[in-house]
Design a binder for this molecule. Sequence first.
Ligand code: ZN
Length: 456
Amino acid sequence: MNPIILHADHLVMMDSNNAVLQNGAALIGADGRIQSVGQADEVVAANPEVEVKRLKDRLLMPGLVNAHMHSGLLRGTAEGLPVWEWLQQFIDPMHRVVNEREAEIASFLCYAESLLCGETTVVDMWRHMHGSANAAAQLGIRAVLVPYVAEHPDHNYFETLKTNEALIQKWHGGADGRVNVWVGLEHMFYATPEAWKRAIEMATHYQTGFHTHSNESKFDVEETERRYQMRPIEALEKFGLLDAPHTLLAHCVWLSDAEIQILAERKVGVAHNPISNMKLASGAARVVDLLASGVAVGLGTDGEKENNNLDMFEEMKTSSLLAKLSRLDAAALDAWSVCRMGTVMGARALGLDNEIGSIEVGKQADLIAVRTDTPRMTPLITGADGNLHHNLVHAVRGGDVDMTMVAGRIVVENGKLLTADIQELIADANKAVPDLFRRRADWLAAHKPVNALEKQ
Ligand SMILES: [Zn+2]
C-alpha cells in the first residue's frame, strides 16, 4: 500500500475538543495509520512525493463504529411482536435451520451494506462465523466477531463455547489485525451457571472481550428478579459475568441507578440501539444518565431484522430524537455527544479507542468522506456557531458517504464497493432466502414454538 494524502474541505477530527479543521489533510502511511494531520498546503509541502487525493465538497471524519449488529437475511419478515415472543416465533427457529453457506452470504451482504454507509467497524453477533471472518477479510471491514453462544438444554441449537474457541484460535487478530473474536453469549438465560464460568475463563485465557444482551425489555428485568432476586446487571456482576478483560453489553434499556453505577465502576461498555428498542417496543434507554456517570456508550443498529437497515447515521439521528422525546427535553443529548457515540466513544465502548475512532496521529486510518454538496447538507456553516455537527446527526444519511477507508485501504469509492461485486452479493442472498424460509416453516409446522423460559 502506498502512502496517500487525503485532502478534504473539512476534517471532523473527533479529538477531545471536537475540532474541525478547514481545508485539512491527513497523511496515511504505508502501514495504514495516520502519520500527520494539518493544513492541506503544509501536509502536501512536507510530503511532495506522496499522491494527494482531493476530496472536494467532502468532509472527512472517522469511520462509524457499529457497536452491536447481527448479520442476517430476515429483513422485513419479523415484524409486529415484542422481543421475547419475537425470538420464539421468528428468530430462534431461524437459528435452528440456518446453515454455514447462508450465514456467510448474510455476513457478506451486511458488511457490504455497512461499508457503503460509512461503518468501518462492526461488532457482529452471528452464527457459523468462519464465513463472517471470510467476508470481513475480503470486503475490508474491521470486525469484532461474537458468536451467538448458548449452552443450555433448552437452547441447544446455537453456537457453543467450543465453536467460539475454535473461531478465536483461527481468526483472533486475523486479516492484519482487522478481525477480532470475542466470547459471545446470546443472553444469560441461554446458558447454565457452569457455562457462564467457562465463558469468562475463555475470554480471560485469550485476553479478549465478552459481549451479551442485557436489560433489553421489562421482561428481562422481571424474569431475572424472579430467578435470582436481583436485577440483571447485579446478577451479571454477582455471577462473574463482568470479569472478562473487556465487556460490552447491548441494550441496557431498563437500568436502576445502582446498575448504572456498576457499569461505570466496572468500565463496561454499552451499545445503545434506539431503533431496535423502539421497533420491538422495548423502551428508551437512560443514555443521558449513562453518559453523566462516565459509561462509554456506543451506538448499534442491531440486526437487519430489528431495524431494518444498518445505517448508523439513522441510528445517530434516532438516538438524539429518542433522548429528547423520552426526557421531554429538546436539549437532551447534544449533537456532538451523538457524533462521539457514533465514533470515538463507540470505539471506547469496544476497548479500541487507542486504535480507532478519531483522526489523530498514530491511529488506524479508518476514515470516511461524506458529501457536502447535497441539498440536505445545505447550508453548511462552520465555526463555533456552525451547524456542521447538527447536519451530521440530523440531516446526513448513509448514502451520502462517498468514500470508506479501513486501515488505509480504500474499500468504497464514489459510493461504490471496490472489494466485491455488490450485485453478486445481492443475488446470492436472494437465491439463498427461499430455502432458508422453507426449512424454518417446516420446523415451525413440526414444532409449535414453546416458551422455553417459562419452564426453567
Ligand atoms: Zn442484538
